[in-house]
Design a protein around this ligand. Structure first.
Ligand SMILES: C[S@@+](CC[C@H](N)C(=O)[O-])C[C@H]1O[C@@H](n2cnc3c(N)ncnc32)[C@H](O)[C@@H]1O
Length: 352
């Protein structure tokens, strides 16, 4: 998925930085990815054998991360009287389309003549998304699927729907004409299951990180907060609604959700520095790594100052190509410098 601030393309840089700064003797470590997004970082270190704690304030990220991080073995669908994953997906892919929230609010057919006509999906794809989403909810309601199976199916739907979305990249706007990929019929495809055989308990949360940090501990805390005021709830409102399927009140041309409960301090210039310091201060982790680029709203000098207060500090940097949707904006450079600020925390500083 094309995700603002995704670290997929710099996973090797994060890994090298950990190797150099932390010098892990083995993979018997607990790493917390507290701003999980697409779970790219958690997935990478889960594959390496680390125990993972993940978290994100957005529900779509939580449920998809929960699948990738907490599901450690085969998914069986024992209670559904079908043969297995292939059979389940075949069944869902051949469901008759149904008019539901996505069709009624985000397709031309469903919004024609209404105050705002929207076209985030073709009519037939919107009908299919609704039909599949309703079926998953019905299975859950009848206890025919468990939580692991539910997360796996919702994650598969979110990723498959995103592939046929009629947007330039994020959901803050839709395109006037259906683009080629959006004309294609949606195919629900099973997402990967990351199996582990080390019996470690990986855990995923859906909380504000500054609250969660008081409840957890581990070895490495990886921080990847938003860098600027582009909010994830508006840019990915569609994924949130497919994940929650809660018939939300929506507004305006883009049909974003009206709720404003999840304001992130990391997107607000006046509050971001204070929130970061509080997070670092309360962290019960020996090593803290912060990804932040040179255009973020917290000045680099400020980050250095905060980290130096709590222990040993080192900074690593690498050139990084700009996020796809941002390349069309009026920027001078096509790249940014991605920094990883590292702190070896003096944990005695946790005691006031
Ligand atoms: C830069 S993205 C993380 C990208 C991720 N590392 C990846 O590779 O996909 C920042 C994430 O932080 C989440 N977020 C923002 N404020 C938060 C908060 N206060 N607590 C927890 N998560 C937050 C956003 O929802 C978003 O998914």
């Amino acid at each position: 998925m094309n995700y603002i601030g995704s670290k997929f393309s710099i996973l090797d840089f994060i890994d090298e930085t950990i190797e150099d700064f932390v010098k892990p003797q083995n993979n018997n470590l607990v790493l917390c990815d507290i701003f999980s997004g697409t779970a790219a970082v958690g997935k990478y270190f889960k594959r390496k054998g680390y125990t993972i704690i993940s978290n994100d304030i957005e529900y779509y990220s939580y449920i998809t991360t929960k699948h990738f991080i907490e599901n450690n073995s085969d998914i069986t669908f024992l209670k559904l009287k079908k043969q297995g994953i292939e059979d389940i997906f075949k069944y869902l892919n051949t469901l008759e389309g149904k008019k539901g929230f996505i069709y009624n609010n985000y397709s031309i057919g469903g919004t024609k003549g209404k105050e705002f006509e929207r076209q985030y999906f073709s009519d037939s794809n919107a009908l299919k998304i609704d039909a599949i989403r309703m079926c998953i909810e019905e299975w859950k309601g009848k206890r025919l699927i468990d939580e692991n199976e539910y997360c796996f199916l919702i994650t598969s739907l979110i990723e498959s729907a995103d592939k046929v979305a009629n947007t330039a990249s994020v959901y803050e706007a839709f395109l006037k004409k259906l683009k080629r990929s959006a004309e294609k019929e949606i195919v629900l495809e099973p997402v990967e299951i990351l199996k582990t055989n080390n019996n470690r308990k990986n855990v995923v949360y859906n909380k504000d990180c500054n609250e969660l940090i008081k409840e957890i501990s581990g070895d490495i805390l990886y921080l990847d907060p938003p860098y600027n005021n582009r909010k994830y709830d508006t840019n990915y409102h569609m994924l949130e609604t497919i994940a929650l399927y809660d018939n939300p009140a929506i507004k305006g041309k883009t049909g974003v959700r009206c709720e404003t409960t999840k304001k992130s301090k990391y997107c607000i210039k006046k509050e971001a520095t204070g929130a970061l310091e509080e997070l670092i201060k309360n962290a019960n982790f020996k090593y803290i790594l912060l990804s932040y680029n040179d255009e973020g709203i917290i000045p680099i000098e400020e980050i250095k100052k905060i980290m130096l207060k709590y222990g040993k500090y080192k900074c690593y940097g690498r050139k990084h190509r700009r996020f796809k949707a941002d390349r069309n904006r009026d920027y001078i450079k096509n790249f940014t410098i991605e920094y990883i600020h590292c702190l070896e925390k003096n944990l005695d500083s946790n005691i006031e």
